[in-house]
Design a binder for this molecule. Structure first.
Ligand code: ADP
Length: 542
């Protein structure tokens, strides 16, 4: 027997319809690529999204077609998303930090028909255009006054493009399981793989990320997603903020410490989100200038492990709550968030502090388990580590155009590629990527734990630990650090700092100071590159 409730399909356009009708005047502020700050509202943004939809329909874009964006976080990018999905087409966010060959690969793989690009990327796209045979039209996200001369065939300024139509358009009523968005994994090894979000998965995921123990969004919040729209839906904030009626502030191309600080303060931002490297820069800026943040209440940190020293600084020094989150493109992307359960509170402040460094608990709609290499479940005892596998309402089932490839186990779980522990209270702690774990004498050493501890040293700005081949132990850890400005980390001093905090056999065999640690397009330490750089390195203990 079926229930007798209305069938209200979970479509993305319902999010912007809701924000425009129930929170019409709420501000959407953007740092334009052209420079100045721009202010609009959800009501106006929806009007323009409808124009995008109408214009796309006029240009012959049909349901299921891919429309790419190569853009910063700003109102044009956001309204374009809603417009694209609103006719049943698929927004394909291209990460501009990928290598040009990767951009070509994913755009050709996606067979994008239109590309909407920010001014910043015009020179890049001019170079790539001859190798993008499927792209019929280039739309530059600017107005006629700022439209430069370009060799791109038929390029048009976005404001002219949507200016030719009105907003009299009805959203397409597609199946809620229809594709809405496409985002490729960064693909540090092998080819990038396309994760194809549906309207339903995006809406459900946003509803989950809004909840109090997740990002806890309300209509009183002012949200600044530093995390880009091209980084897995800006961790759902592009949907969750309008769904909550929260105001949005988007930073455009300026992601350095001083610019982010200025925007957080001047726009009275209450909640923000980004990868750790952004927060390293912000904290350095605040330390150097002796400034404080007077409005910010919460900062979500994820994408890489957040060192406890960063969590401590935000919370103890500045009174800003850290939400440590973990996830991946294949999970839309939020997979866990660190909220404090009553079981932990009983343990006192030190227990709470220790828990805060974990990647947190599963929100509703995420199920997980850890298994051994044989696929058998391992105990949730907080000590045993295994492969972390997940199942849920916003987890990938297949990759785009690789539909014949099975990516789930017999129970329908997806292998995240992470190694983790799960404790009896449901807290998950990532110890490593399975590819990065250091195997010493048959035991595993967590590179993430060592990195987290090393950045607690006052002279260390960033740390990476990699395994170096060793004749006796297979592999031993090498600690690579970047110095804080004006300091010079001393090997003996840093290792002495680690000694009381780790098991004896975890102690790195050596430390080197480098100018810069390489990062992936989404801000993670690029371990493959680092291992390559140190491939001929001989440990003093070897
Ligand atoms: P992204 O788009 O963030 O690069 P990926 O899917 O490429 O997404 O990366 C996901 C991976 O990032 C996870 O599998 C995990 O290894 C790492 N990661 C994300 N958040 C955290 C975190 N809080 N702590 C440790 N690792 C994390």
């Amino acid at each position: 027997m079926l229930g007798l409730m209305q069938d209200w399909p979970l479509l993305i356009h319902k999010v912007i319809d809701y924000a425009a009708s129930e929170h019409p005047g709420r501000a959407v502020v953007s740092r334009l690529t052209e420079g100045p700050l721009h202010r609009t509202t959800y009501a106006a943004l929806r009007e323009r999204a409808l124009k995008v939809a109408k214009r796309l329909a006029q240009d012959g874009i049909r349901a299921g077609d891919r429309v790419a964006t190569l853009a910063w976080n700003n109102h044009r990018h956001l309204e374009a998303w809603y417009g694209i999905a609103g006719i049943g087409a698929v927004y394909h966010t291209v990460n501009p930090r990928l290598f040009p060959e990767q951009i070509l690969y994913i755009m050709n793989h996606a067979e994008d028909r239109i590309l909407l690009l920010d001014l910043t990327f015009l020179p890049l796209v001019e170079k790539l255009a001859p190798q993008l045979p499927t792209v019929e039209r280039f739309v530059v996200l600017t107005d006629a006054a700022h439209m430069p001369e370009t060799s791109l065939r038929g390029a048009v300024a976005y404001e002219d493009w949507i200016g030719e139509v009105d907003a009299d358009f009805r959203w397409a009523e597609v199946d809620e399981r229809a594709a809405a968005g496409l985002c490729y994994t960064s693909g540090t090894t092998g080819e990038p793989k396309g994760v194809l979000y549906s309207h339903r998965s995006n809406v459900l995921h946003a509803m989950v990320t809004m909840t109090p123990d997740a990002f806890g969004l309300t209509a009183r919040d002012i949200v600044l997603p530093v995390v880009p729209l091209f980084h897995a839906n800006s961790w759902s904030l592009a949907f969750a903020a309008p769904m909550a009626g929260a105001s949005l502030v988007m930073p455009g191309p300026k992601l350095d410490g001083p610019s982010i600080y200025e925007l957080l303060e001047s726009e009275r931002v209450t909640m923000t989100a980004a990868v750790p490297t952004i927060w390293f820069a912000l904290l350095q800026h605040m330390e150097a200038t002796g400034s404080r943040l007077n409005h910010l209440q919460r900062v979500a940190i994820g994408g890489s492990a957040c060192p406890p020293a960063v969590i401590d600084t935000f919370e103890s020094k500045y009174g800003i709550r850290v939400i440590h989150a973990w996830g991946m493109t294949e999970m839309s992307p939020v997979g866990s968030l660190c909220a404090i359960k009553p079981e932990v509170v009983g343990g006192g402040p030190e227990a709470v502090r220790a828990i805060k460094a974990t990647q947190g608990c599963a929100p509703f709609s995420v199920e997980w388990k850890i298994t051994g290499d044989d696929g058998r479940r391992l105990p949730n005892d907080g000590r045993t580590f295994g492969r972390l596998k997940v199942r849920g309402a916003a987890v990938a089932r297949r990759y785009y155009k690789r539909e014949d490839e099975e990516i789930l186990d017999a129970e329908g779980f997806f292998d995240t590629g992470d190694v983790a522990t799960l404790d009896p209270n449901g807290y998950m702690r990532i110890t490593d990527r399975s590819k990065d774990v250091i195997k010493s004498g048959g035991e595993w050493i967590s590179s993430i734990d060592l990195e987290n501890l090393a950045v607690g040293h006052p002279a260390v700005a960033e740390a990476a630990v990699i395994g170096i081949p060793h004749p006796k132990w297979d592999e031993r850890p090498l600690l690579v650090v970047v110095a804080k400005p004006g300091t010079r980390p001393d090997k003996a001093d840093v290792l002495e700092f680690l000694r009381p905090k780790i098991a004896k056999w975890w102690m790195p065999d050596d430390m080197v100071v480098v100018d810069e640690i390489p990062h992936t397009a989404t801000g993670k330490i690029l371990k493959t590159e680092l291992r390559n750089r140190f491939k001929d390195y001989r440990l003093p203990t070897a």
